[in-house]
Design a protein around this ligand. Structure first.
Ligand code: SF4
Ligand code: SF4
Length: 88
């Protein structure tokens, strides 16, 4: 099992820095996870380090395509993309 990086990625390099397996690959601004290297951080026992540090919702997903940081989980903003939140 391995995680994947989606097109939501902003190429911040954070996941590449923390991955204990050297499983994050980058070619320019295109980031991906090398499947055979990724053990979903089972050896650490602290959960996927890449997903925990990633600042972008939906950028890292599991094998089923489920985002570790789903819409609204980091920003607290509404999930409906047509809704614009204003602060006073
Ligand atoms: S889950 Fe762990 S091993 Fe897999 S890419 Fe992320 S940081 Fe690396
Ligand atoms: S931490 Fe998230 S946004 Fe940054 S490079 Fe990795 S997947 Fe992309």
């Amino acid at each position: 099992m391995a995680l994947s990086i989606t097109k939501a990625c902003i190429a911040c390099f954070a996941c590449k820095e923390v991955c204990p397996k050297g499983a994050v690959s980058s070619a320019g601004n295109n980031f991906s996870i090398i499947e055979h290297r990724c053990d979903e951080c089972e050896s650490l026992g602290k959960g996927p380090q890449c997903a925990q540090i990633c600042p972008v919702e939906t950028a890292i997903v599991d094998a089923k395509g489920q985002a570790f940081n789903p819409p609204g989980s980091l920003t607290g903003l509404p999930q409906d993309p047509n809704v614009i939140a204003f602060s006073s």
